[in-house]
Write a protein that binds this ligand. Structure first.
Ligand code: PAF
Length: 282
């Protein structure tokens, strides 16, 4: 496996592959890998001849009060894991090369997709994500890029940007990978104190509860939201950021659930660990 640090070197590698007629699959990440990331890499391997993984903790998608400095990092361990996963290139640039002096361009997807859910709680987050993913697509020049469905709004934003800017990259969504007890895998799970682990299960259990109640015939998202809020708050140290029922493609809120309704949740545990989860209700 090659480790590439410089964008120009990464693009030179990509051009060589394209010349040889090889398909490149990209998995954009911020590192601190877990089984969820590895499953994205395996999926990319099925769709392309060579897999490139980018590892870049992108400063522009973190707000001033967020966890950029504390974000978990372990480069040695990450290298060993991607190598074992059969990845061809690990692209790990430094911030000064991604955002050199004078950098002043932002890719901003419209508020219909970015103004609600995580976009409402994290102003500027999706502009940071869209900008860095657009840059990564230009640098790595992938044929296909694989993203996890846990970041469901991110996926919608990236699909929109890719279509609107004719980036010519196939966007593939990969299902959420969960721990045995249902917790969606996330690098941020490492922030949880042992006694908060049970409270983190409030998200996946709330999804299950919503499905059970919907299967019994409930369609009102207002009534479901009330039940789910009380349910989540029955776990210690939980604070609901949002419980939203939205259309799977447009992300617009719905009053009544149907087959295309996704329930999206964000919950803060212990006042500092913000976790998200989502899934179709029916
Ligand atoms: O999902 C992530 O890890 C990040 O938002 C991404 C897509 C790598 C952009 O920094």
């Amino acid at each position: 496996m090659q480790i590439i640090r410089h964008p120009a070197e990464m693009t030179a590698w990509a051009k060589e592959q394209a010349k040889a007629g090889h398909r490149i699959g990209l998995v954009p990440t911020m590192g601190f890998f877990h089984e969820g990331h590895l499953s994205l890499m395996r999926r990319a391997g099925q769709l392309a001849d060579f897999v490139a993984v980018s590892l870049f903790v992108n400063p522009t998608q973190f707000g001033p009060q967020e966890d950029l400095a504390a974000y978990p990092r372990n480069f040695e361990r990450d290298c060993a894991m991607v190598e074992a996963a059969g990845v061809s290139v690990l692209f790990a640039p430094i911030a000064a090369e991604m955002y050199p002096a004078g950098f002043s361009t932002t890719v901003a997807v419209g508020a219909e997709l970015t103004g609600q859910l995580c976009g409402a709680s994290r102003p500027g987050h999706f502009a940071g994500v869209a900008t860095v993913v657009c840059k990564l697509f230009n640098i790595v020049q992938p044929d296909v890029a694989v993203f996890g469905q846990k970041d469901f709004q991110q996926l919608a934003v990236i699909r929109r940007m890719t279509a609107d800017l004719n980036l010519g990259v196939e966007i593939v969504a990969h299902p959420i990978v969960r721990e045995a007890d249902g917790l969606a895998m996330s690098s941020r799970n490492t922030y949880l104190l042992p006694q908060q682990r049970e409270s983190a299960l409030s998200l996946s259990r709330a999804l299950a509860l919503a499905r059970t109640i919907a299967a019994e015939g409930e369609r009102s998202t207002e009534r479901l939201t009330t039940v789910l809020r009380d349910f989540i708050h029955s776990f210690p140290e939980t604070e609901v950021d949002y419980i939203s029922f939205v259309h799977q493609d447009t992300l617009q809120q719905v009053a009544e659930i149907d087959e295309k309704t996704v329930i999206a949740l964000a919950v803060k545990i212990g006042g500092r660990v913000r976790l998200i989860d989502n899934g179709l209700v029916l």
